[in-house]
Design a protein around this ligand. Structure first.
Ligand code: UTP
Length: 480
Protein backbone atom coordinates (compact mmCIF):
# COMPACT_ATOMS: atom_id res chain seq x y z
CA UNK A 1 0.00 0.00 0.00
CA UNK A 2 1.41 3.43 -0.90
CA UNK A 3 2.69 5.44 2.04
CA UNK A 4 0.23 7.71 3.75
CA UNK A 5 0.29 11.50 3.48
CA UNK A 6 1.47 12.83 6.83
CA UNK A 7 0.68 16.58 6.98
CA UNK A 8 -0.99 17.89 10.18
CA UNK A 9 -4.65 16.91 9.87
CA UNK A 10 -7.47 19.34 10.53
CA UNK A 11 -11.11 18.92 9.65
CA UNK A 12 -10.79 21.58 6.98
CA UNK A 13 -7.68 20.11 5.37
CA UNK A 14 -9.28 16.67 5.38
CA UNK A 15 -12.47 18.00 3.78
CA UNK A 16 -10.40 19.57 1.00
CA UNK A 17 -8.44 16.37 0.47
CA UNK A 18 -11.59 14.22 0.36
CA UNK A 19 -13.29 16.61 -2.05
CA UNK A 20 -10.32 16.50 -4.41
CA UNK A 21 -10.55 12.69 -4.43
CA UNK A 22 -14.34 12.38 -4.63
CA UNK A 23 -14.55 10.80 -1.15
CA UNK A 24 -16.48 13.49 0.79
CA UNK A 25 -19.01 10.93 2.01
CA UNK A 26 -16.43 9.70 4.55
CA UNK A 27 -17.12 12.78 6.69
CA UNK A 28 -20.87 12.81 6.16
CA UNK A 29 -21.53 11.61 9.76
CA UNK A 30 -19.08 14.00 11.40
CA UNK A 31 -21.72 16.00 13.27
CA UNK A 32 -23.18 12.90 14.90
CA UNK A 33 -19.82 11.64 16.22
CA UNK A 34 -18.57 12.12 19.79
CA UNK A 35 -15.29 14.05 20.07
CA UNK A 36 -13.05 10.98 20.60
CA UNK A 37 -14.50 9.21 17.54
CA UNK A 38 -13.90 12.32 15.49
CA UNK A 39 -10.20 12.25 16.33
CA UNK A 40 -10.03 8.54 15.50
CA UNK A 41 -11.78 9.06 12.18
CA UNK A 42 -9.48 11.90 11.15
CA UNK A 43 -6.42 9.85 11.96
CA UNK A 44 -7.78 6.80 10.07
CA UNK A 45 -8.57 8.93 7.05
CA UNK A 46 -5.11 10.45 7.16
CA UNK A 47 -3.67 6.94 6.79
CA UNK A 48 -5.61 6.15 3.60
CA UNK A 49 -3.83 6.37 0.24
CA UNK A 50 -6.75 8.41 -1.11
CA UNK A 51 -4.85 10.02 -3.95
CA UNK A 52 -3.74 6.63 -5.29
CA UNK A 53 -7.10 4.89 -5.44
CA UNK A 54 -8.04 6.00 -8.95
CA UNK A 55 -4.66 4.99 -10.33
CA UNK A 56 -4.92 1.63 -8.55
CA UNK A 57 -8.31 1.01 -10.17
CA UNK A 58 -6.97 1.99 -13.58
CA UNK A 59 -3.98 -0.32 -13.08
CA UNK A 60 -6.20 -3.32 -12.41
CA UNK A 61 -7.83 -2.77 -15.79
CA UNK A 62 -4.61 -2.36 -17.74
CA UNK A 63 -2.70 -5.59 -17.09
CA UNK A 64 -5.29 -8.38 -17.28
CA UNK A 65 -4.22 -10.67 -20.12
CA UNK A 66 -1.30 -8.44 -21.21
CA UNK A 67 1.59 -10.22 -22.96
CA UNK A 68 -0.46 -13.29 -23.87
CA UNK A 69 0.17 -12.91 -27.60
CA UNK A 70 3.52 -14.61 -26.96
CA UNK A 71 2.37 -17.33 -24.54
CA UNK A 72 4.02 -20.78 -24.53
CA UNK A 73 3.79 -23.81 -22.23
CA UNK A 74 6.32 -23.82 -19.40
CA UNK A 75 8.90 -26.65 -19.29
CA UNK A 76 8.21 -28.79 -16.22
CA UNK A 77 10.29 -31.15 -14.09
CA UNK A 78 8.66 -34.36 -12.90
CA UNK A 79 9.05 -36.31 -9.68
CA UNK A 80 10.14 -39.43 -11.55
CA UNK A 81 12.75 -37.75 -13.74
CA UNK A 82 16.14 -39.46 -14.04
CA UNK A 83 18.09 -37.25 -11.61
CA UNK A 84 15.32 -36.88 -9.00
CA UNK A 85 17.36 -38.73 -6.36
CA UNK A 86 20.18 -36.22 -6.65
CA UNK A 87 17.79 -33.27 -6.19
CA UNK A 88 16.13 -34.93 -3.23
CA UNK A 89 19.52 -35.49 -1.60
CA UNK A 90 20.31 -31.80 -2.13
CA UNK A 91 17.02 -30.77 -0.50
CA UNK A 92 17.71 -33.09 2.45
CA UNK A 93 21.13 -31.51 2.83
CA UNK A 94 19.51 -28.05 3.05
CA UNK A 95 17.12 -29.35 5.72
CA UNK A 96 19.93 -30.99 7.71
CA UNK A 97 21.92 -27.76 7.56
CA UNK A 98 18.95 -25.76 8.93
CA UNK A 99 18.64 -23.60 5.82
CA UNK A 100 14.89 -24.07 5.23
CA UNK A 101 11.95 -22.16 6.74
CA UNK A 102 8.25 -22.85 6.35
CA UNK A 103 6.16 -19.87 5.28
CA UNK A 104 2.35 -19.95 5.45
CA UNK A 105 0.14 -17.18 4.14
CA UNK A 106 -2.85 -17.12 6.47
CA UNK A 107 -4.05 -13.53 6.25
CA UNK A 108 -7.04 -14.14 3.97
CA UNK A 109 -10.59 -13.49 5.15
CA UNK A 110 -11.96 -16.88 4.13
CA UNK A 111 -15.28 -15.33 3.23
CA UNK A 112 -16.33 -18.17 0.91
CA UNK A 113 -15.87 -20.78 3.63
CA UNK A 114 -17.71 -18.64 6.14
CA UNK A 115 -15.70 -19.89 9.17
CA UNK A 116 -15.63 -17.44 12.05
CA UNK A 117 -11.99 -17.11 12.97
CA UNK A 118 -8.68 -17.55 11.17
CA UNK A 119 -8.90 -20.26 8.49
CA UNK A 120 -5.93 -22.08 10.01
CA UNK A 121 -8.13 -22.90 13.01
CA UNK A 122 -10.65 -24.73 10.79
CA UNK A 123 -11.04 -28.47 11.61
CA UNK A 124 -9.77 -29.98 8.38
CA UNK A 125 -8.91 -33.65 8.70
CA UNK A 126 -11.22 -36.51 7.88
CA UNK A 127 -11.80 -38.21 11.24
CA UNK A 128 -10.07 -36.39 14.06
CA UNK A 129 -10.88 -32.92 12.67
CA UNK A 130 -7.41 -31.50 13.26
CA UNK A 131 -7.18 -27.78 12.55
CA UNK A 132 -5.11 -26.82 9.52
CA UNK A 133 -2.42 -25.19 11.68
CA UNK A 134 -1.97 -28.47 13.59
CA UNK A 135 -1.64 -30.46 10.37
CA UNK A 136 1.22 -28.23 9.25
CA UNK A 137 2.81 -28.09 12.72
CA UNK A 138 2.89 -31.89 12.90
CA UNK A 139 4.53 -32.09 9.50
CA UNK A 140 7.15 -29.59 10.61
CA UNK A 141 7.73 -31.54 13.84
CA UNK A 142 8.15 -34.78 11.92
CA UNK A 143 10.57 -33.15 9.47
CA UNK A 144 12.54 -31.58 12.32
CA UNK A 145 12.84 -35.02 13.91
CA UNK A 146 13.94 -36.55 10.62
CA UNK A 147 16.56 -33.95 9.69
CA UNK A 148 17.73 -33.09 13.20
CA UNK A 149 17.36 -29.32 12.78
CA UNK A 150 14.65 -26.82 13.58
CA UNK A 151 12.52 -25.50 10.75
CA UNK A 152 11.37 -22.02 11.77
CA UNK A 153 7.79 -21.30 10.81
CA UNK A 154 6.76 -17.85 9.54
CA UNK A 155 3.00 -17.27 9.50
CA UNK A 156 1.54 -14.27 7.72
CA UNK A 157 -1.60 -12.98 9.40
CA UNK A 158 -3.59 -9.81 8.78
CA UNK A 159 -4.46 -7.05 11.24
CA UNK A 160 -7.94 -8.60 11.25
CA UNK A 161 -6.86 -12.04 12.50
CA UNK A 162 -3.39 -11.56 13.98
CA UNK A 163 -4.34 -11.59 17.68
CA UNK A 164 -6.62 -14.60 17.28
CA UNK A 165 -3.99 -16.52 15.34
CA UNK A 166 -1.28 -15.88 17.92
CA UNK A 167 -3.67 -16.84 20.73
CA UNK A 168 -4.54 -20.11 18.96
CA UNK A 169 -0.89 -21.12 18.74
CA UNK A 170 -0.27 -20.14 22.36
CA UNK A 171 -3.38 -21.93 23.65
CA UNK A 172 -2.25 -25.07 21.81
CA UNK A 173 1.24 -24.82 23.22
CA UNK A 174 2.61 -24.29 19.72
CA UNK A 175 1.54 -27.85 18.90
CA UNK A 176 4.55 -29.26 20.72
CA UNK A 177 7.13 -27.09 18.95
CA UNK A 178 9.39 -24.41 20.42
CA UNK A 179 7.61 -21.02 20.66
CA UNK A 180 10.84 -19.36 19.57
CA UNK A 181 10.63 -21.06 16.19
CA UNK A 182 7.46 -19.15 15.27
CA UNK A 183 7.27 -15.71 13.70
CA UNK A 184 3.91 -14.04 13.04
CA UNK A 185 3.85 -11.19 10.56
CA UNK A 186 0.73 -9.15 9.86
CA UNK A 187 0.27 -8.05 6.28
CA UNK A 188 -0.89 -4.61 5.14
CA UNK A 189 -4.45 -3.57 4.37
CA UNK A 190 -6.01 -1.49 1.56
CA UNK A 191 -9.28 0.44 1.51
CA UNK A 192 -12.33 -1.47 0.28
CA UNK A 193 -14.35 0.47 -2.28
CA UNK A 194 -17.99 0.38 -3.28
CA UNK A 195 -18.84 -0.29 -6.90
CA UNK A 196 -18.58 3.45 -7.70
CA UNK A 197 -15.02 3.65 -6.39
CA UNK A 198 -15.86 5.31 -3.05
CA UNK A 199 -14.32 3.97 0.15
CA UNK A 200 -16.90 1.90 2.06
CA UNK A 201 -17.53 2.62 5.72
CA UNK A 202 -17.23 -0.37 8.05
CA UNK A 203 -18.45 1.73 10.98
CA UNK A 204 -19.60 5.33 11.27
CA UNK A 205 -16.02 6.34 12.09
CA UNK A 206 -14.09 3.58 10.34
CA UNK A 207 -13.34 3.16 6.65
CA UNK A 208 -13.53 -0.48 5.46
CA UNK A 209 -10.25 -2.19 4.65
CA UNK A 210 -9.16 -5.61 3.43
CA UNK A 211 -5.83 -7.46 3.58
CA UNK A 212 -3.66 -6.60 0.58
CA UNK A 213 -3.51 -10.11 -0.93
CA UNK A 214 -0.93 -12.89 -0.60
CA UNK A 215 1.36 -10.68 -2.69
CA UNK A 216 1.49 -8.46 0.41
CA UNK A 217 3.63 -11.19 1.97
CA UNK A 218 6.83 -9.91 0.38
CA UNK A 219 6.49 -6.42 1.88
CA UNK A 220 5.33 -7.93 5.17
CA UNK A 221 8.39 -10.20 5.32
CA UNK A 222 10.64 -7.17 5.05
CA UNK A 223 8.68 -4.72 7.20
CA UNK A 224 8.21 -7.17 10.05
CA UNK A 225 11.90 -8.02 10.28
CA UNK A 226 11.25 -11.61 9.18
CA UNK A 227 13.81 -11.37 6.38
CA UNK A 228 16.48 -10.20 8.83
CA UNK A 229 15.46 -12.98 11.20
CA UNK A 230 15.86 -15.55 8.41
CA UNK A 231 19.24 -14.18 7.41
CA UNK A 232 20.39 -14.25 11.04
CA UNK A 233 19.32 -17.89 11.33
CA UNK A 234 21.12 -18.85 8.12
CA UNK A 235 17.90 -19.63 6.23
CA UNK A 236 18.35 -19.55 2.45
CA UNK A 237 14.96 -20.76 1.20
CA UNK A 238 11.32 -20.47 2.28
CA UNK A 239 8.83 -23.18 1.54
CA UNK A 240 5.73 -21.08 0.77
CA UNK A 241 2.22 -22.51 1.00
CA UNK A 242 -1.37 -21.43 1.61
CA UNK A 243 -3.25 -22.11 4.80
CA UNK A 244 -6.14 -23.86 3.06
CA UNK A 245 -4.50 -27.04 1.70
CA UNK A 246 -4.26 -29.89 4.25
CA UNK A 247 -2.47 -32.14 1.73
CA UNK A 248 0.41 -29.74 1.11
CA UNK A 249 3.90 -31.17 1.70
CA UNK A 250 5.12 -28.44 4.00
CA UNK A 251 8.74 -29.13 3.18
CA UNK A 252 9.45 -31.24 0.11
CA UNK A 253 13.14 -32.16 -0.21
CA UNK A 254 12.91 -32.90 -3.93
CA UNK A 255 11.30 -29.54 -4.71
CA UNK A 256 13.69 -27.62 -2.47
CA UNK A 257 16.70 -29.43 -3.93
CA UNK A 258 15.56 -28.80 -7.48
CA UNK A 259 15.06 -25.12 -6.67
CA UNK A 260 18.54 -24.87 -5.17
CA UNK A 261 20.17 -26.70 -8.10
CA UNK A 262 18.84 -24.60 -10.98
CA UNK A 263 21.41 -24.16 -13.75
CA UNK A 264 23.95 -21.38 -12.96
CA UNK A 265 22.83 -20.86 -9.34
CA UNK A 266 19.87 -21.39 -7.05
CA UNK A 267 16.52 -20.43 -8.59
CA UNK A 268 14.95 -17.35 -7.05
CA UNK A 269 11.34 -18.50 -7.06
CA UNK A 270 10.02 -21.93 -8.11
CA UNK A 271 6.52 -23.32 -8.35
CA UNK A 272 4.64 -26.60 -8.17
CA UNK A 273 1.89 -27.49 -10.61
CA UNK A 274 -0.60 -30.29 -11.18
CA UNK A 275 -2.10 -31.26 -14.54
CA UNK A 276 -5.40 -29.40 -14.93
CA UNK A 277 -8.49 -31.61 -14.58
CA UNK A 278 -10.04 -30.08 -17.68
CA UNK A 279 -9.82 -26.95 -19.78
CA UNK A 280 -12.43 -25.17 -17.65
CA UNK A 281 -10.87 -25.82 -14.24
CA UNK A 282 -10.59 -22.55 -12.35
CA UNK A 283 -6.90 -22.56 -11.50
CA UNK A 284 -4.14 -20.24 -12.70
CA UNK A 285 -1.84 -21.72 -15.33
CA UNK A 286 1.94 -21.55 -15.22
CA UNK A 287 3.30 -20.65 -18.63
CA UNK A 288 5.99 -18.65 -20.40
CA UNK A 289 4.92 -15.27 -21.70
CA UNK A 290 6.11 -11.71 -22.03
CA UNK A 291 6.23 -10.04 -18.65
CA UNK A 292 5.84 -6.42 -17.64
CA UNK A 293 9.47 -5.70 -18.48
CA UNK A 294 9.10 -7.13 -22.01
CA UNK A 295 11.23 -10.23 -21.18
CA UNK A 296 9.81 -13.72 -21.68
CA UNK A 297 9.31 -15.03 -18.16
CA UNK A 298 7.50 -17.72 -16.21
CA UNK A 299 4.11 -16.40 -15.19
CA UNK A 300 0.84 -17.53 -13.72
CA UNK A 301 -2.05 -16.56 -15.98
CA UNK A 302 -5.35 -16.47 -14.16
CA UNK A 303 -8.02 -18.78 -15.57
CA UNK A 304 -10.21 -15.80 -16.35
CA UNK A 305 -7.43 -14.18 -18.44
CA UNK A 306 -6.47 -17.27 -20.47
CA UNK A 307 -8.25 -17.05 -23.83
CA UNK A 308 -10.58 -20.00 -24.38
CA UNK A 309 -8.75 -21.12 -27.52
CA UNK A 310 -5.53 -21.46 -25.52
CA UNK A 311 -7.22 -23.08 -22.53
CA UNK A 312 -8.73 -25.75 -24.82
CA UNK A 313 -5.74 -26.30 -27.13
CA UNK A 314 -4.50 -29.91 -27.12
CA UNK A 315 -1.19 -31.47 -28.13
CA UNK A 316 -0.70 -34.51 -30.39
CA UNK A 317 -1.40 -36.95 -27.51
CA UNK A 318 -4.60 -35.19 -26.58
CA UNK A 319 -3.18 -33.55 -23.45
CA UNK A 320 -4.03 -29.89 -22.81
CA UNK A 321 -1.12 -27.74 -23.96
CA UNK A 322 -1.60 -25.25 -21.11
CA UNK A 323 -2.22 -27.71 -18.30
CA UNK A 324 0.31 -26.62 -15.65
CA UNK A 325 -2.27 -25.73 -12.98
CA UNK A 326 -0.72 -23.71 -10.16
CA UNK A 327 -1.28 -25.05 -6.63
CA UNK A 328 0.20 -21.95 -5.01
CA UNK A 329 3.22 -23.75 -3.58
CA UNK A 330 6.55 -22.02 -4.10
CA UNK A 331 10.17 -22.26 -3.06
CA UNK A 332 11.35 -18.68 -2.57
CA UNK A 333 14.97 -17.73 -1.95
CA UNK A 334 15.48 -15.40 0.97
CA UNK A 335 18.07 -13.45 -1.05
CA UNK A 336 15.42 -12.86 -3.74
CA UNK A 337 12.93 -11.28 -1.32
CA UNK A 338 15.76 -9.32 0.31
CA UNK A 339 16.74 -7.97 -3.15
CA UNK A 340 13.19 -7.08 -4.19
CA UNK A 341 12.30 -5.33 -0.95
CA UNK A 342 15.60 -3.61 -0.24
CA UNK A 343 13.93 -0.28 -1.02
CA UNK A 344 10.29 -0.72 -0.04
CA UNK A 345 9.31 2.61 -1.63
CA UNK A 346 10.31 1.26 -5.02
CA UNK A 347 8.85 -2.24 -4.72
CA UNK A 348 5.30 -2.94 -5.78
CA UNK A 349 3.44 -5.86 -7.28
CA UNK A 350 0.52 -4.99 -9.56
CA UNK A 351 -2.94 -4.56 -8.11
CA UNK A 352 -5.76 -6.89 -9.07
CA UNK A 353 -9.36 -6.38 -8.11
CA UNK A 354 -12.09 -8.72 -6.96
CA UNK A 355 -15.75 -7.84 -6.67
CA UNK A 356 -17.03 -9.35 -3.42
CA UNK A 357 -19.64 -8.98 -0.69
CA UNK A 358 -18.53 -6.72 2.17
CA UNK A 359 -20.69 -5.75 5.18
CA UNK A 360 -21.00 -1.97 5.48
CA UNK A 361 -22.33 0.74 7.76
CA UNK A 362 -25.67 2.16 6.69
CA UNK A 363 -26.07 5.77 7.87
CA UNK A 364 -29.83 5.68 7.37
CA UNK A 365 -30.37 2.95 9.99
CA UNK A 366 -27.10 3.21 11.91
CA UNK A 367 -26.72 -0.56 11.39
CA UNK A 368 -24.27 -2.87 9.65
CA UNK A 369 -25.76 -4.33 6.50
CA UNK A 370 -24.83 -7.81 5.23
CA UNK A 371 -25.26 -7.47 1.46
CA UNK A 372 -26.85 -10.35 -0.46
CA UNK A 373 -24.91 -9.63 -3.63
CA UNK A 374 -21.38 -8.35 -4.37
CA UNK A 375 -21.22 -4.68 -3.41
CA UNK A 376 -17.52 -3.92 -3.15
CA UNK A 377 -14.19 -3.84 -4.93
CA UNK A 378 -11.23 -5.33 -3.08
CA UNK A 379 -7.68 -4.66 -4.19
CA UNK A 380 -5.27 -7.56 -3.88
CA UNK A 381 -1.76 -8.31 -5.03
CA UNK A 382 -0.69 -11.86 -5.91
CA UNK A 383 2.55 -13.48 -4.84
CA UNK A 384 2.92 -15.24 -8.18
CA UNK A 385 3.39 -11.84 -9.85
CA UNK A 386 6.85 -11.90 -8.26
CA UNK A 387 7.72 -14.87 -10.52
CA UNK A 388 8.42 -12.59 -13.42
CA UNK A 389 10.90 -10.61 -11.33
CA UNK A 390 12.93 -13.77 -10.71
CA UNK A 391 16.12 -14.33 -12.68
CA UNK A 392 15.73 -18.10 -12.46
CA UNK A 393 12.56 -20.07 -11.92
CA UNK A 394 11.66 -23.77 -12.11
CA UNK A 395 8.39 -25.66 -12.17
CA UNK A 396 7.85 -29.13 -10.69
CA UNK A 397 4.79 -31.13 -11.73
CA UNK A 398 3.42 -33.27 -8.96
CA UNK A 399 0.49 -35.74 -8.76
CA UNK A 400 -2.65 -33.88 -7.73
CA UNK A 401 -3.77 -36.54 -5.26
CA UNK A 402 -0.47 -36.25 -3.37
CA UNK A 403 -0.61 -32.55 -2.66
CA UNK A 404 -3.80 -30.69 -3.42
CA UNK A 405 -7.13 -30.71 -1.57
CA UNK A 406 -7.88 -27.05 -0.82
CA UNK A 407 -10.71 -25.94 1.43
CA UNK A 408 -12.19 -22.79 -0.08
CA UNK A 409 -15.97 -23.10 -0.17
CA UNK A 410 -18.62 -24.16 2.34
CA UNK A 411 -20.13 -26.62 -0.15
CA UNK A 412 -19.43 -28.39 -3.44
CA UNK A 413 -16.06 -28.14 -5.19
CA UNK A 414 -13.17 -27.38 -2.78
CA UNK A 415 -15.44 -27.75 0.26
CA UNK A 416 -14.45 -29.55 3.49
CA UNK A 417 -16.42 -32.63 2.32
CA UNK A 418 -14.61 -32.65 -1.02
CA UNK A 419 -11.25 -32.20 0.70
CA UNK A 420 -12.06 -35.12 3.06
CA UNK A 421 -12.64 -37.43 0.07
CA UNK A 422 -9.31 -36.42 -1.42
CA UNK A 423 -7.52 -36.81 1.93
CA UNK A 424 -8.91 -40.35 2.27
CA UNK A 425 -7.90 -41.07 -1.34
CA UNK A 426 -4.32 -40.07 -0.68
CA UNK A 427 -4.17 -42.08 2.53
CA UNK A 428 -5.60 -45.07 0.64
CA UNK A 429 -3.01 -44.75 -2.11
CA UNK A 430 -0.22 -44.68 0.50
CA UNK A 431 -1.62 -47.82 2.14
CA UNK A 432 -2.08 -49.62 -1.18
CA UNK A 433 1.49 -48.86 -2.20
CA UNK A 434 2.45 -50.69 1.03
CA UNK A 435 0.39 -53.74 0.15
CA UNK A 436 -2.75 -52.95 2.21
CA UNK A 437 -6.12 -53.95 0.74
CA UNK A 438 -8.44 -50.92 0.61
CA UNK A 439 -12.17 -51.28 -0.18
CA UNK A 440 -13.27 -49.36 -3.25
CA UNK A 441 -16.71 -48.67 -4.71
CA UNK A 442 -17.70 -49.53 -8.28
CA UNK A 443 -16.61 -46.06 -9.42
CA UNK A 444 -13.16 -46.61 -7.89
CA UNK A 445 -13.56 -44.26 -4.93
CA UNK A 446 -12.46 -45.38 -1.46
CA UNK A 447 -15.24 -46.92 0.64
CA UNK A 448 -13.79 -46.01 4.06
CA UNK A 449 -12.50 -42.94 5.86
CA UNK A 450 -8.76 -42.96 6.44
CA UNK A 451 -6.56 -40.44 8.20
CA UNK A 452 -2.79 -40.70 8.53
CA UNK A 453 -1.11 -38.32 10.96
CA UNK A 454 1.99 -36.52 9.70
CA UNK A 455 3.65 -37.81 12.88
CA UNK A 456 3.08 -41.34 11.53
CA UNK A 457 4.14 -40.74 7.94
CA UNK A 458 5.14 -37.77 5.82
CA UNK A 459 5.00 -39.81 2.62
CA UNK A 460 3.97 -43.28 1.45
CA UNK A 461 7.41 -44.83 1.94
CA UNK A 462 7.36 -43.97 5.67
CA UNK A 463 4.56 -46.50 6.24
CA UNK A 464 7.05 -49.28 5.57
CA UNK A 465 8.36 -48.81 9.12
CA UNK A 466 4.93 -48.61 10.82
CA UNK A 467 2.54 -51.29 12.09
CA UNK A 468 -0.36 -51.13 9.64
CA UNK A 469 -3.30 -53.49 9.10
CA UNK A 470 -3.35 -55.83 6.11
CA UNK A 471 -6.75 -54.57 5.06
CA UNK A 472 -9.17 -51.72 5.71
CA UNK A 473 -12.78 -52.76 6.41
CA UNK A 474 -15.48 -51.46 4.08
CA UNK A 475 -17.28 -48.42 5.51
CA UNK A 476 -14.96 -48.23 8.55
CA UNK A 477 -12.77 -45.45 9.92
CA UNK A 478 -9.02 -45.92 10.23
CA UNK A 479 -6.71 -43.47 11.97
CA UNK A 480 -2.96 -44.09 11.85
P1 UTP B 1 -7.85 -17.07 -1.13
O1 UTP B 1 -8.06 -15.81 -1.86
O2 UTP B 1 -8.11 -18.33 -1.84
O3 UTP B 1 -8.67 -17.17 0.20
O4 UTP B 1 -6.40 -17.05 -0.55
P2 UTP B 1 -9.25 -16.14 1.22
O5 UTP B 1 -8.92 -14.73 0.83
O6 UTP B 1 -8.86 -16.57 2.58
O7 UTP B 1 -10.78 -16.48 1.06
P3 UTP B 1 -11.99 -15.75 0.36
O8 UTP B 1 -11.56 -15.42 -1.06
O9 UTP B 1 -12.28 -14.55 1.21
O10 UTP B 1 -13.05 -16.79 0.41
C1 UTP B 1 -5.44 -18.03 -0.79
C2 UTP B 1 -4.42 -18.00 0.33
O11 UTP B 1 -3.83 -16.73 0.45
C3 UTP B 1 -4.00 -16.24 1.76
C4 UTP B 1 -5.17 -16.98 2.34
O12 UTP B 1 -5.12 -16.97 3.75
C5 UTP B 1 -4.98 -18.34 1.71
O13 UTP B 1 -3.98 -19.06 2.40
N1 UTP B 1 -4.24 -14.79 1.70
C6 UTP B 1 -5.17 -14.30 0.85
C7 UTP B 1 -3.53 -13.97 2.53
O14 UTP B 1 -2.69 -14.43 3.33
N2 UTP B 1 -3.79 -12.65 2.48
C8 UTP B 1 -4.69 -12.10 1.64
O15 UTP B 1 -4.86 -10.86 1.64
C9 UTP B 1 -5.40 -12.96 0.80
Amino acid sequence: MPDAVSAPVTLESMRRRLKACGQEHLLAHWDSLPESNRRALLSRLADLPLESLRAMLAETESHAGAGLDSVEPVPVHRRDQRDATRFRAEGERLLREGRVAAFTVAGGQGTRLGWRGPKGTFPATVITGKPLFRVFAEQIRAAERRYGRSIPWYVMTSPLNDAETRAFFKDNDYFGREAIDHFFLPQGVVPTLDLEGRVLLAERDEPAANPDGHGGSLRALRRSGAIDDMLARGISVMSYFQVDNPLVHVVDPLFLGLHASAPDSSAEMSSKCVPKRNAQEKVGVLCRARGRGGRTVTRVVEYSDLPRELAERRGPEGRLVFDAGSIAVHAISVAFVARLTEDLDRFALPWHRAVKKTPYFDPATGRTIEPDKPNSVKFESFVFDALELAERSLVLETPRIEEFAPIKNAEGEDSPAHSHELQSERAASWLESNGVKVPRRADGTVDARIEISPLTALEAADLAGVAIPQRVERGHDLVL
